[in-house]
Design a protein. Structure first.
Length: 237
């Protein structure tokens, strides 16, 4: 996608006159974030991060290891998101933190399929199918305290299996897998049980706005983000 846009990295693709990274940074500023850091080693991305006033952290070999480095540097509570979260709003971040259950170590924002399709009918998503419906990730995570460090390795495995939720359930034991196959396992139960297995309190937070699930993985996603932003600025009668 970066090649299609003629930029060094997709985080530098432009929506409404701002790079994706700048849009995410602005949303985090509006949310009240005290310190913002970008995990990157691409020279153009790091230059943009510094222009925005963000700290730059070196990435590791993969996302979860990079988050681990950020956790060690920034401490907790730590909110993690991605540079391609083109529509991110500060209000969504505040709502996420407000809605996260008190005492949880880790929280994940997810959107219900009906909310995503109502907000962005043209968005093509990968759905997590559980007893309480179909869900899509929103690329927004809370690591609330030091115990969240235990979740990073498992989080990497869950992210790798996001298109195969039965593998997530399999890690929880035969009883949980049986519940999943019978259509009796809710996503909240799966995440909670997974947290218990690794010694953390983990919870999902339903997104209040289905647009929170829209990220930019391919040119069609970028076109959709540009369309949504344009329609938001110039609503139809």
């Amino acid at each position: 996608m970066a090649e299609t846009e003629g930029v060094a990295h997709k985080a530098l693709a432009v929506v409404d006159g701002q790079t994706l990274l700048a849009r995410v940074h602005a949303a985090l500023v509006r949310s009240g974030a005290e310190r913002i850091a970008v995990s990157a080693d691409n020279p153009d991305v790091t230059a943009e991060a510094r222009r925005l006033g963000a700290d730059v952290l070196p990435p590791a070999s993969g996302p979860s290891e990079s988050v681990g480095l950020a956790l060690a540097d920034l401490g907790t509570p730590l909110v993690v998101t991605t540079a391609d979260h083109a529509l991110l709003e500060g209000e969504w971040v505040r709502d996420f933190l407000s809605d996260a259950p008190a005492g949880c170590d880790v929280a994940l924002l997810l959107a219900r399929r009906r909310d995503v399709e109502a907000a962005a009918p043209d968005s093509k998503r990968t759905w997590l199918r559980f007893a309480d419906g179909d869900w899509s990730g929103c690329n927004l995570f809370l690591l609330a305290n030091g115990r969240a460090e235990r979740a990073i390795a498992t989080w990497r495995q869950v992210e790798a299996d996001r298109k195969r939720p039965w593998r997530i359930a399999r890690r929880l034991g035969l009883g949980t897998l049986w519940s999943y196959w019978r259509g009796k396992l809710t996503l909240a139960e799966a995440v909670s049980r997974l947290g218990q297995r690794i010694g953390v309190t983990a919870a999902i937070v339903p997104a209040r706005n289905g647009l929170a699930a829209v990220d930019v993985d391919k040119p069609a996603d970028l076109a959709l983000a540009r369309q949504i932003v344009a329609e938001t600025k110039n609503p139809r009668d």
